[in-house]
Design a protein around this ligand. Structure first.
Ligand SMILES: Cc1cc2nc3c(=O)[nH]c(=O)nc-3n(C[C@H](O)[C@H](O)[C@H](O)COP(=O)(O)OP(=O)(O)OC[C@H]3O[C@@H](n4cnc5c(N)ncnc54)[C@H](O)[C@@H]3O)c2cc1C
Ligand code: SF4
Length: 484
């Protein structure tokens, strides 16, 4: 344990500062400033190295949090990154983007603010890249076995790195023009700039992973052909089907799925031309859905110069503090002020969308009513209708699951009761040699779960090909996240 009295000496939780609002909304760069190393040392010193470290249970990757808190406090960054990479292929993604269920289960959090675990994680990997400690680990021997991974999001990438290092010949197929999945085209740069993905891909290429972009499996290459060319296939295609709202006026121009909007915005930030781009500049924007995707739309619309942005959530405003039915160490649903909320816009709760209003085929507004709960259903309360003006409406209502039209050797991949691709406890589908990991099998979730599943599926594939494996398997498909 670093400093036995650390948590008594430093009782304040000090987190990274956000850049001034008036500066950051004029660019697409990350909102957070790097944290001062002296602050990080103090914060790491607050870790109590508990006998039972509940943060391990909170982290789907089983990150060795007390160990690298201790090493950070001792300013031994090289050992810290070794311990962090032992369980997490991409701490730069989770360190910036994870909602940190580990912090909700930090024992210090019972009567003090939790240790700033996520920021310590981010700082360890940033220092490691800066100092040149992140090197390629090419395999010592090749097995001669081949694996195709379809989908280059965090699940596919984590599996690819594990299997390449185990000596298999791995090719990652991606239908987009660039590698990264939602990290690249879903998550805006103000949350994570894309050079973080590029430098990790350089390492993976140096290790021997092959990347094939612009190849849509099922169209450009059939699933059967792919399966014939490789000894194992991992389906890591995500869960991109958006939830729709089929109410009056849905067909009006100006009503779009959030992901169509965000993807185009990310392309343009990356310097690509987009014909007829959906943009918020000069518009009154309404976002349906109060979750993370909605917040990403808000931050994007703010930077594009929207006149107004209103975010509508159908349910109650979450509480500021843990409620009794979400006690420590669970991951509570709390009212959050994301950086995007701090910058601009209005949030309305208990807002039930009744219909979209339009003129000449273009959306002009939304009729909403107060939500009332009838037999557990959320319905509009009659007589409470009001209208909000809108000329761009973004549907950020979540995702209904993966694209499932996948057939191999005349057998369709089976789905489970939630319409995700079905797999057993070893990530195997109903077709021998075909595996599934990440959102495609779990449903829309989190980066940390995608990495954990990618690692575990890699272990299952290695065992399938070699008869045994020494790769770690942090999670099973049946492990239920506190957060999705
Ligand atoms: C807007 C948004 C913001 C988010 N923000 C966060 C966040 O801040 N923190 C967090 O933890 N999680 C966040 N998430 C969730 C997180 O991004 C996902 O859980 C995670 O990316 C899932 O990883 P994956 O590898 O399973 O799939 P994905 O990242 O979805 O990648 C799947 C890839 O497969 C490719 N593909 C699909 N079909 C084919 C095919 N037939 N052939 C070839 N390629 C194919 C797709 O093009 C895609 O690149 C966010 C999600 C969204 C939508
Ligand atoms: S990956 Fe997420 S849950 Fe795990 S230690 Fe990092 S921030 Fe915490």
């Amino acid at each position: 344990m670093a400093d036995p009295r650390g948590f008594l000496k430093v009782t304040e939780r000090e987190t990274a500062k956000r850049r001034p609002i008036e500066v950051r909304i004029k660019d697409w760069k990350e909102v957070y400033e790097p944290t001062d190393p002296a602050v990080l040392k103090n914060q790491a010193g607050r870790c109590m190295d508990c006998g039972i470290a509940f943060c391990h249970q909170g982290c789907p990757l089983g990150n060795l949090i007390p160990e690298w808190n201790d090493l950070t406090w001792r300013q031994d960054g090289k050992s810290a990154i070794e311990r962090l990479h032992a369980t997490n292929n991409f701490p730069e993604f989770t360190g910036k983007l994870c909602p940190a269920p580990c912090e909700s289960s930090c024992v210090l959090g019972i009567n003090q603010p939790a240790v700033t675990i996520k920021e310590i994680e981010a700082s360890i990997i940033e220092q490691a890249f800066d100092k040149g400690w992140v090197q390629a680990h090419a395999p010592e021997r090749m097995t001669g076995k081949t694996v195709a991974i379809v989908g280059s999001g965090p699940a596919g990438l984590a599996a690819a790195q594990q299997l390449t290092r185990a000596g298999h010949t791995v090719a990652v197929y991606e239908r987009d023009q660039q590698i990264g999945g939602l990290l690249r085209y879903g998550i805006p740069d103000f949350k994570m700039e894309k050079h973080h993905i590029d430098r990790r891909l350089e390492q993976m290429e140096a290790e021997g992973t092959r990347f094939r972009t612009g190849v849509n499996i099922g169209t450009d290459i059939t699933w059967d052909d792919l399966f014939r060319r490789y000894e194992a296939v991992l389906v890591a295609t995500g869960a991109p089907k958006p939830r729709d709202l089929k109410i009056e006026g849905r067909e009006l121009k100006g009503v779009h799925f959030a992901m169509d909007y965000l993807t185009q915005a990310n392309w343009t930030v990356a310097g690509q031309e987009v014909a007829d781009q959906i943009v918020a500049s000069g518009k009154k924007v309404v976002i349906l859905g109060g979750g993370d995707t909605g917040a990403d739309c808000l931050g994007t619309a703010t930077r594009q110069g929207a006149v107004s942005v209103t975010t509508l959530a159908i349910g109650n405003q979450p509480p500021a503090e843990r409620s009794e039915n979400q006690p420590w160490p669970t991951f509570p649903n709390l009212f959050e002020i994301a950086s995007a909320h701090e910058e601009f816009g209005e949030r309305k709760y208990l807002a039930n969308t009744v219909r979209f209003l339009g003129s000449d085929g273009q959306v002009t507004g939304i009729e909403i009513a107060e939500t009332e709960f009838v037999d557990g259903r959320r319905v509009p309360r009659p007589g409470t209708e009001t209208v909000i003006e809108a000329d761009l409406v973004l549907l950020a209502l979540g995702f209904t699951g993966p694209e499932t039209a996948i057939a191999v050797d005349s057998q369709s991949l089976e789905t489970d009761e939630k319409a995700n691709l079905a797999r057993d406890q070893k990530y195997a589908t109903n077709v021998d040699g075909v595996f599934v990991a990440g959102d495609a099998g779990r449903g829309a979730s989190l980066i940390v779960w995608a990495i954990a599943e990618g690692r575990a599926a890699a272990a299952a594939i290695d065992e399938y090909l070699e008869g045994s494996t020494s790769l770690p398997a942090p999670v099973k498909p049946s492990d239920i996240g506190i957060h999705a």
